[in-house]
Design a protein around this ligand. Structure first.
Ligand SMILES: [Zn+2]
Length: 234
């Protein structure tokens, strides 16, 4: 095994490191959360990353989105991100799809899917897709200094995303309410940590996690599965 992972292997072990190289993570949206996750998972040696997004890099993204530079402004995010990831770790395969997630999108095979979108409609779609594929999805939402994280694991009998968020119209979005880069990096790091556990078959966080970058403290509480949930209650 290359020296690249020597420090990580001391924590994870060589078998786990080898397991990571066999795994594929699908990242939906490569704005702040998506780019931070992509960087961490690439540096960690996850075998393959598939990036899905149709946005271009804007100057206002550079405040909080990982790896993008001033030279990338105007370029497709998936293309720019792939080029940076390749420079970090060429052992990781990076596939790009320049498209906006919709019901017509044909998603490739994966081990874990990451919700790095910014709207409830995409999250409902990903939730149903994860349930259908019986593969986990790690959801994360951030605005201003606050964030929420929830892992849907269809192999368990726990609540799905829609059991938890169906009645929530919107948590607001960072375009209107603003966001600090410390919030997105904290959120992305927590999200990537759950992805790593799922890839390695270790137990991940079971409750809804709330965090606040301005007053660091993680609160997690269990949520109930809803019998009338339109996604998993059938
Ligand atoms: Zn449900």
């Amino acid at each position: 095994m290359s020296d690249r992972y020597s420090r990580q292997v001391k924590v994870l072990g060589a078998d786990a490191q080898a397991t990571l190289t066999q795994k594929t993570v699908l990242i939906i949206g490569v704005g702040a959360l998506g780019s931070i996750n992509a960087e961490l998972l690439c540096r960690s040696g996850v075998g393959k990353l598939i990036l899905v997004d149709d946005d271009v890099v804007e100057l206002s993204n550079l405040q909080r989105q990982a790896l993008y530079t001033e030279e990338d402004v105007g370029e497709e995010k998936v293309t720019a991100l792939k080029s940076h990831l390749n420079k970090i770790n060429k052992e990781v395969k990076v596939e790009t799809r320049k498209e906006r997630l919709s019901k017509e999108t044909e998603l490739p095979a994966y081990d874990v899917i990451l919700d790095c979108t910014d709207n409830l409609e995409s999250r409902f779609f990903l939730n149903e897709y994860a349930l259908e594929q019986k593969k986990p999805c790690v959801f994360c939402m951030v605005v201003r200094e606050k964030g929420m994280l929830y892992v849907v694991e269809p192999s368990t009998n726990r609540a799905c995303f829609r059991c938890v968020f169906d009645k929530l119209e919107s948590i607001g979005n960072s375009d209107e309410l603003g966001i600090l880069n410390t919030t997105t990096y904290l959120a992305g790091t927590l999200q990537a940590a759950e992805v790593m556990k799922l890839l390695l078959g270790e137990p991940c966080v079971k409750g809804l996690v709330n965090f606040d970058a301005s007053a660091p403290q993680l609160d997690s509480y269990l949520v109930k599965k809803r019998k009338d949930c339109p996604a998993c209650g059938r």
